[in-house]
Design a protein around this ligand. Structure first.
Ligand code: DGL
Length: 279
């Protein structure tokens, strides 16, 4: 699995909980992040390079643990790797529609995800139902990057300020008519800011991320080969972490949010994604 950085660890957490005996390789492309404020060509090129690298590891499934990369690349990656079990993430609009009582749903995501054709099609599909639903979409510039830096320093001040700025721009949250009662976290980094978001929107508003849904989908796809390595052996639940950026950031994030003490390998910065070493 991969993400532009540490955000996909929120998906890894759900995958490990659902499939504790599977082995995981996680790549944080922090050296080329944030994706959400870069053009689609950059995100596509990075996704291709990382997928090529992971495919060489003979993975039995590949999870794009990044909404931005999924929006930019999954359709092309499916064409290029037709036999690969590929799972992507997208903002959980459908579950939000099912949950919302007021019909006012906030969506926080990167600028690039929100501008993508994939997201626009999803938005159109979910807006046209029987319920009177309105989506309030908010490009959260800077938030993924702030979460990334907070992992290392532990200083959440910038994250808290950006959460306040972005939720403030969306309108009033609450359970009354006209208020936003459901907030979709459409970037895999944002669950790591959920304490701050919860404090801002109040205790009753639904916060939705799709880590668990992705875990279920991956499980469904893998059912025939679950807990079974290529040679038929049961996996040990091993996690290997790699980054194209600074190892201490990924190491600190894994420890802080997943209680996972693991070494971090460095993926070569030569774009070939072929060189790495354990630190
Ligand atoms: N975590 C990524 C996502 O889900 C994007 C963060 C970034 O902008 O790099 O969209």
């Amino acid at each position: 699995m991969f993400d532009s950085g540490i955000g996909g660890l929120s998906v890894l957490k759900a995958l490990r909980a659902a499939m504790p005996h599977e082995d995981f390789i996680y790549i944080a492309d922090s050296g080329h992040a944030p994706y959400g404020e870069r053009d689609e060509a950059h995100v596509l090129a990075r996704s291709r390079a990382i997928v090529q690298h992971l495919v060489r590891h003979n993975v039995k499934a590949l999870v794009i643990a990044c909404n931005t990369a999924t929006a930019a690349a999954i359709h092309l990656l499916r064409d290029e790797h037709p036999t690969l079990a590929l799972v992507g993430v997208e903002p959980a609009l459908k579950p939000a529609v099912a949950l919302s009582q007021t019909g006012r749903i906030g969506v926080m995501a990167t600028r690039s995800t929100l501008a993508s054709a994939k997201f626009q099609a999803l938005l159109a599909a979910q807006s046209g139902g029987a319920k009177d639903v309105r989506f309030i979409v908010q490009p959260c510039d800077g938030l993924a990057h702030a979460i990334e830096t907070s992992a290392d320093s532990g200083d959440m001040a910038r994250v808290a300020a950006l959460c306040a700025q972005h939720t403030g721009a969306m309108g009033q949250f609450g359970m009354q008519a006209g208020q936003i009662d459901t907030l979709v976290l459409g970037c895999t980094h944002y669950p790591f800011a959920s304490e701050h978001l919860r404090a801002l929107v109040g205790p009753q508003v639904h916060l939705i991320d799709n880590g668990q849904a992705i875990a279920r989908q991956t499980q469904r796809l893998l059912r025939p080969s679950l807990e079974c390595g290529l040679n038929g052996s049961v996996g040990a639940g091993q996690v290997r972490l790699f980054t194209t950026g600074q190892p201490p950031t990924l190491q600190a994030a894994a420890l802080r949010w997943l209680e996972l003490a693991a070494g971090v390998g460095v993926l070569g910065a030569d774009n070939s994604c072929s060189i790495y070493r354990e630190t």
